[in-house]
Design a protein. Structure first.
Length: 212
């Protein structure tokens, strides 16, 4: 690929993947961009443009082969392999994530949770051991982690990211209510209220238009 793919395209790829998984389960073997557009509320033109960023997957007048396109998108997203994941923070968010069954089925194996609270150490969350944060570097040294999830209070997020980077972690999914930027590490800042704010904005649009 000669040029960098835009974040907007990358963020639509998981949507295509989920829809293709559903179509495969329904026994659909081929689908046109028009039919996919109707299912996903994305224009057929946008779908074709997005997929063309990664090469031609369909045939004009013939559509996309569902199983093959699903496999190609999985490869593009890197979810055709397994990833080891550690979670820093065993509070409500950390424990909720550890109980999310689809992580395992989609190739993300949570190997440990860490917390500063000694009372949580030696317990389990979602079938995974909770270790004291002091053991973080020791554990990752023996069990390299592909991805770390940060679910700690805002004041501890930056320091936690620095420790993870120093331990060799190259990808962080951040749930702390603060933006993290860490040299040499790819970071996805997942602000939980962002989607809710976007939803209330669209609700306000409906009210302003008189639709409700």
């Amino acid at each position: 690929m000669a040029s960098r793919i835009s974040d907007a395209v990358i963020r639509r790829l998981p949507m295509y993947y989920r829809q293709l998984c559903a179509l495969k389960q329904e026994g659909v073997s081929r689908i046109s961009s028009m039919k996919l557009s109707a299912l996903m509320n994305i224009t057929a033109s946008q779908i074709r443009q997005d997929l063309n960023c990664f090469g031609g997957f369909g045939q004009q007048g013939y559509g996309y082969p569902v199983a093959a396109l699903r496999r190609h998108i999985a490869e593009i997203l890197g979810i055709d392999r397994k990833y080891s994941v550690v979670i820093i923070g065993a509070g409500n968010i950390g424990q909720a994530l550890s109980h999310y069954a689809r992580f395992g089925s989609e190739g993300y194996e949570i190997t440990a949770l860490f917390d500063i609270d000694p009372g949580l150490a030696a317990k389990r969350a979602g079938g995974t051991s909770v270790l004291h944060i002091d053991r973080l570097e020791e554990f990752i040294g023996a069990n390299p982690a592909d991805i770390a999830v940060i679910a700690v209070p805002a004041h501890a997020a930056a320091q936690t990211a620095e420790r993870l980077a120093a331990a060799g972690v190259k990808a962080i999914w951040n749930f702390a209510p603060v933006e993290i930027v860490q040299d040499g590490v790819v970071v996805e800042n997942a602000q939980l209220t962002d989607g809710l704010m976007a939803l209330t904005y669209r609700l306000g649009e409906l009210r302003r238009s008189g639709a409700i």
